[in-house]
Design a protein around this ligand. Structure first.
Ligand SMILES: [Zn+2]
Ligand SMILES: [Zn+2]
Length: 379
C-alpha cells in the first residue's frame, strides 16, 4: 500500500518528464487516439499532450504490444482517477480502524458493511466482469442500469475502462501487453519476486499505460448503459460511500452513528471489495490449481472464490470466459452465478451463456459431462 502510494506520487510528480520523452509520433494515430480518449477522459484535455501510439513502433521486449498505449491524456486521467480513489479508500479505511478502536463499533456499522459488501461484490462480478466485460447474458435497459449502479457502487473506476482492461487481460494473458500480468510490467519489463504480486495486484493501476479503446472498447464506447456507468461513476461512489451508510445509520441507530458507519460500511467496505477483487488478478495468477491448460498462470483458488462469491475459479473462467458461471464442477460454489440464474428464471436476463459441466472420466481426466453421455450412447 505504502509502496503504491509512493509509486503514484513519483509518477505524478514526474509525469511531465515522461511526456517530454515521447518521440516517433504518428500524427494520424495521435488524432485517432485523442478522439477516443476525449470520449472517455474524465479531465479536460490539454492541447500540449503527446500521444505515443504503438501501432507503428517496432515491437521489442521493452515495448508493449498492440492494444496498449503509453502516456497521453488517457494515462493522466487514469493516474488522477486512481489517485483520488486510492486516497479516499485508504484514508477512509485507516480512519475507520482508528474510529473502531477509539470509539467502538457495533452491529449497525458491521451489518451495513456486510450488506454493502454483498451488493458491491455482485456489482463487481455480475456487472464489471460478467456483463460488461464478457456479455455473459443480455438484459433490458432498466435492468442494465440497475446493474450499472451496483457496478459503480464498488467504485473501481469506470465500467468502460474496467471492461476494456479486462478484455486485454484475456487477449494477452501473461504476455507482454497483459493489462496486469504477474510476469511483465506495463512497459514489457520482466518482473521478479514480490513485484510479480505487486504489479498484478495494484502496481498496474499506477503506471502510464492504458488500454487502447479503439481496439478493446468495441461494443463498449457505443453502449449507452456502459457510458451511463462511465459518466455517473463518481455520483454512485458518493451514494455508496456516504449516502447509503448515512441512511442505514439513521434507520437503525441515530445521527451519532453516521460517521462510524460511513467510515466502516462506506470506505473500509469499498476498500475491502477492491482488495479482494484485485486478488483475482494477483493471487489467482500466482497460487492455486489448474484444471485446464493453455491459459498461462490462471488458477482456481478456493479462498478467493469464497471472498468474491464465485469468481475464484479463475482457471475455469479462462477456459470459458463468456460463461455466467466460473464453477464447472458440481461442488464449485458460485453465488453470483446463482443470482444470474435466479434473474434468468424471473425473466430479468436472457440468452445466458453457461459453461458445460465437467466430470472425471475413467482415466481421471476432466471431460465435459455432456460429452461423456454422448460417448456412452455411441459406445
Ligand atoms: Zn486472469
Ligand atoms: Zn474475465
Amino acid at each position: 500500500m505504502i509502496i503504491s502510494l509512493h509509486k503514484y506520487i513519483c509518477l505524478f510528480l514526474f509525469d511531465h518528464v515522461g511526456r517530454t520523452m515521447n518521440s516517433n509520433i504518428d500524427e494520424k494515430k495521435i488524432a485517432a487516439n485523442k478522439a477516443v480518449d476525449n470520449q472517455a477522459s474524465l479531465f479536460t484535455a490539454k492541447s500540449s499532450d503527446n500521444e505515443r501510439s504503438l501501432y507503428g513502433n517496432k515491437i521489442d521486449p521493452q515495448t508493449p504490444v498492440f492494444g496498449s498505449k503509453i502516456g497521453g491524456i488517457a494515462a493522466r486521467a487514469k493516474l488522477r482517477e486512481h489517485a483520488i480513489l486510492s486516497t479516499t479508500k485508504i484514508g477512509g479505511s485507516i480512519a475507520a480502524i482508528y474510529w473502531a478502536i477509539a470509539y467502538g463499533s457495533g452491529w449497525v456499522e458491521w451489518s451495513a458493511f456486510l450488506v454493502g459488501y454483498f451488493l458491491s461484490m455482485v456489482g463487481c462480478i455480475v456487472g464489471y466482469h460478467r456483463y460488461f466485460s464478457h456479455r455473459a447474458f443480455e438484459t433490458s435497459k432498466p435492468m442494465g442500469i440497475f446493474i450499472a449502479i451496483l457496478t459503480q457502487s464498488a467504485a473501481q473506476g469506470s465500467a468502460l475502462h474496467w471492461a476494456a482492461n479486462h478484455r486485454r487481460h484475456h487477449a494477452m494473458t501473461d504476455k507482454v501487453g497483459d493489462a496486469h500480468s504477474p510476469h511483465f510490467d506495463g512497459y514489457g519489463k520482466p518482473l521478479k519476486g514480490f513485484m510479480k504480486f505487486h504489479h498484478s495486484h495494484v502496481g498496474w493501476l499506477f503506471d502510464r499505460t492504458t488500454t487502447d479503446l479503439s481496439i478493446y472498447g468495441k461494443g463498449l464506447v457505443d453502449d449507452e448503459i456502459v457510458m451511463f456507468a462511465h459518466r455517473t461513476r463518481w455520483f454512485w461512489y458518493f451514494v455508496s460511500a456516504i449516502v447509503f451508510p448515512t441512511l442505514w445509520a439513521l434507520a437503525f441507530a441515530g445521527p451519532e452513528a453516521i460517521i462510524g458507519t460511513i467510515l466502516i460500511a462506506g470506505l473500509l467496505r469499498i476498500f475491502a471489495v477492491l482488495t479482494v477483487l484485485q486478488s483475482v488478478n494477483s493471487i489467482c495468477h500466482l497460487f492455486g490449481s489448474q484444471r485446464f491448460h493453455g491459459h498461462g498462470t490462471a488458477k482456481n483458488n478456493f479462498l478467493i472464490n469464497i471472498l468474491t462469491m464465485g469468481d475464484g475459479w479463475h482457471n475455469n473462467h479462462h477456459q470459458h470466459p463468456r460463461s455466467a458461471t466460473s464453477g464447472v464442477v458440481w461442488w464449485e460454489f458460485d453465488l453470483c452465478a446463482g443470482i444470474i440464474r435466479l434473474w434468468e428464471k424471473m425473466g430479468l436476463v436472457w440468452n445466458v451463456k453457461w459453461a458445460p459441466r465437467y466430470i472425471k472420466d475413467e482415466k481421471g481426466e476432466w471431460v465435459q459431462e455432456k460429452s461423456k453421455k454422448v460417448a456412452k450412447q455411441t459406445a
